[in-house]
Write a protein that binds this ligand. Structure first.
Ligand SMILES: NC(=O)c1ccc[n+]([C@@H]2O[C@H](COP(=O)([O-])OP(=O)(O)OC[C@H]3O[C@@H](n4cnc5c(N)ncnc54)[C@H](O)[C@@H]3O)[C@@H](O)[C@H]2O)c1
Length: 368
């Protein structure tokens, strides 16, 4: 079937290369079911997504032996218990090596599904059907899969690339505004870390993005995926450049963990984290403070938080940052920037400076 608005990209990874399709109605029109080689399919989804979109997906899988697991929504479900249940589902299905896991949902379902697929019989195929903006622009692309532990996010996982990413932009019509905005934080990240032109385009289109203009959203998704695909193709397993995608994430993950995966959404903590990374860069004389302002202004226009949450404890956050996977030999390794569009990896950041930066931000929050 033709789809006039269809945008197609490819993640170039040799034998593991795969397509990213972006467009309205793709759950129904794209030929993704043809990628499923075997008979067995496990679909993971959640309670907010399944009522809207699972029937469309099941309709495309007639003739297959399908098991569906619908999780309660939210980050706390991305855990080892849910992983074990999904593995049990595959065992009950007597799934063979040509079985496929289908992730229908946001990043929580996607990360969990990918990890299940990575582990069953040492790796089976999986297809990403992302339904949040965040999943479309970030988590569904690149093959990072994981579950959380109480000690920290994404601590147990594997690199396992999907067979395809099918981003049906019509699914965004049911996405709550707050979740859409959280996805926009990751979109801004691509401009902030490496593409000032894209950042300026986002400044010019902030209102259209918030108003969910379909053409503007599709363009933002495509440009974000181009960035992600290019970085992943250069550095699949994060030996170098790929770490730049974590701009704001070390601060952000610490905030999320301190918050016990509760109040702050992932994208919201990334927004605060990016501003903290920019602040620290300015405090270390690496970047102009005016760029911190420009970043914070755009994020605030997108109705994203830019300040530390009330009561945030700098010492606790620093402790949590020490557990980040980017750290090497116990030294804090952060993604900072030399200014807009110029993120860089800084090994061995002085912990006292990070603590001071967090303490300043907490003090400003308390006084302002
Ligand atoms: N693997 C990666 O490279 C990568 C990158 C970024 C983030 N992540 C992970 O992604 C997760 C966050 O993803 P997320 O923001 O998509 O969260 P999510 O999966 O929790 O989805 C957000 C909320 O939106 C609901 N929802 C999803 N699609 C919907 C739709 N179309 N209509 C109505 N409701 C819908 C969900 O039920 C949930 O309540 C985190 O666990 C984060 O660590 C992974």
């Amino acid at each position: 079937m033709t789809n006039p608005g269809l945008r197609q990209l490819r993640v170039e990874l040799g034998a593991r290369a795969y397509p990213i399709l972006i467009g309205g109605g793709l759950l129904q029109t794209a030929t993704w079911p043809e990628l499923i080689r075997g008979r067995h399919v496990l679909i993971l989804s959640d309670e907010n997504v399944a009522p809207h979109y699972l029937p469309l997906v099941l309709d495309r899988l007639q003739g297959k032996t399908v098991v569906t697991r619908i999780l309660p929504p939210g980050e706390p479900e991305k855990n080892l218990g849910r992983f074990a249940q999904a593995i049990d589902d595959l065992a009950t299905l007597k799934a063979s090596r040509d079985a496929t896991v289908v992730a229908l949902g946001g990043g929580v379902v996607g990360d969990l599904s990918g990890f299940v697929a990575a582990c069953w019989m040492r790796g089976i195929a999986f297809i990403q059907l992302p339904t949040t903006l965040l999943a479309m622009v970030d988590s569904s692309v690149g093959g990072k899969t994981a579950v959380d532990l109480p000690q920290g996010k994404n601590l147990v996982g594997a690199f396992h690339q999907p067979a395809a990413v099918i981003a049906d932009t019509q699914t965004l019509s049911t996405l709550p505004d707050r979740e859409l905005r959280a996805g926009l934080a990751e979109v801004v990240k691509y401009g902030a870390l490496g593409d000032e032109t894209f950042f300026a385009w986002l400044e010019a289109h902030a209102d259209a993005l918030l108003a969910r203009d379909p053409a503007v959203l599709a363009e933002a998704i495509e440009r974000s995926c181009q960035h992600k695909a290019a970085i992943v193709a250069r550095d699949e397993t994060e030996q170098g450049d790929r770490a730049l995608l974590n701009l704001g994430h070390t601060f952000g993950h610490a905030l999320e963990t301190a918050d016990a995966y509760g109040r702050l959404l992932h994208g919201e903590s990334v927004a605060i984290g990016m501003v903290l990374a920019a602040r620290l860069s300015a405090e270390l004389d690496m970047a102009p403070a005016s760029d911190t302002e420009r970043l914070a202004t755009l994020l605030a226009r997108l109705n994203l938080p830019v300040d530390l949450p009330a009561g945030a404890n700098p010492g606790q956050l620093l402790d949590l940052m020490r557990l980040d996977k980017k750290n090497l030999s116990g030294r804090l390794r952060l993604i900072l920037w030399r200014g807009l569009g110029q993120a860089c990896i800084v090994p061995d950041v002085d912990e006292d400076r990070v603590h001071a930066c967090l303490a300043n931000a907490a003090m400003e929050r308390a006084s302002g």
